[in-house]
Design a binder for this molecule. Sequence first.
Ligand code: SAM
Ligand code: SF4
Length: 428
Amino acid sequence: MSFADLRLSLATQSLDIVMQHTIMQSLSLADARAFPLGQSSVGFTNEQHIETLYIHIPFCHTLCRFCSFHKIKYNQQKALIYFEALRKEIRRVIAAGLRFNRVYIGGGTTTILEDELVKTIELIKSLTHVREVSCETDPSYFKTGNPELLNGLVDRMSIGLQSFDDNILKASGRFEKFGSGDEQAIDIQKGIELFPTVNVDLMYGFKGQTPDSVVADISRMIQLEPDQITTYPLTLGIGKSRKKSKCLAGEPRDLWPQFLAVKQAMSDRYTMEFPWTYSRNFGQHVENKYVLDGENCFGVGSGAFGRFGQQFQVSSFDIDGYIQLINQGNVGTSHHKMLSNKSINQHHLMIMMGKGHLDNALFKAHTGKSLWQAFPLELIYLLASGALIKDGDSYRTTESGQFIALKMFSGFLAGMDYLREQALDLAA
Ligand SMILES: C[S@@+](CC[C@H](N)C(=O)[O-])C[C@H]1O[C@@H](n2cnc3c(N)ncnc32)[C@H](O)[C@@H]1O
Ligand code: SF4
């Protein structure tokens, strides 16, 4: 290993350690309190407006090796009862006064029972006005399902591919499930033709991937011309799921050259919105709507998180327990905790670093503190390492700053994983 490699390796690993420490401090549910039963309105004032209603569908036909999202193996009877409960919960929160600009349906496999999904979106649209409905799915849905049923109901479809490389698909358990990279390219093409806005997820940081193979994935994806491409660095959870995903991961030091390769491959035809999200810069401009940048969000369904100002909410991770809560007249939120100002500011820092601009005046107007008051040690480190450069009263991120933002994002995903593990324990 050369000296430069060693330095990169040490820098990446120390970043991982700092991120892990930060997550475990700020996202511990040790102080979470059980949500008072019978409080079905979760304290909404009449017509309370938030940005996003998040809906979780926790079922998949088979489970991918790298994935630690909340899901169980599909069981039709349970899924049908689940969707019934979900609609009851949605009716309940809307009746209690909750209003939202957009709906994000995530999974699991959201399209696993498409008639039920259609009924659920139609219900929401019959009860309230929403600006946009986003939904996640996998490529095979466009081969085996009836995606036309979602026409006019889903505005933005996000399709998970991860890679065209059959070896990676096989190692992660997706080849048998969704077919080869070539087959999935055909399926994705159908999706792109059907929906107004389409995002496709790719991942990098897998064992065996190189900057060249990552470029091959990106170039092939660009040929399909989706509106957005999200490039996730493979993230290892903090708890039990870590071992399984670690078997698939490459060396931490390989991430930086792969990140540079992604950027380079995208640069002609896509604009970087965040170091992990790119939007088409040809044809119609697409507003980036993916990342919830700290705005209020309410989660429904088993395994959803929500945030109202400083209050962080967790829905029951026990699917039967969730159904029971709903049938007893409650909402699915089972626990809540107060987030510290420090953790909220850390989230702002990740988003500002990702956007490439740390605007001091905006930050102060938002939090009452200057950047230096909120992040004295972080700023010293970021400036000394060349990740930030001064720009008047504010700061801009350099390319290494973008990479640090990407690592922070990966830490955020690991944090969600850590929350899921704790929430499962709360449910047990
Ligand atoms: C939870 S999946 C839901 C979409 C759909 N079920 C699928 O698999 O295509 C959403 C996205 O999360 C990303 N993801 C899942 N596990 C991840 C991990 N360990 N690290 C980084 N990204 C991950 C993948 O890119 C995936 O497309
Ligand atoms: S990646 Fe998607 S299909 Fe695979 S287990 Fe996770 S949610 Fe299910």
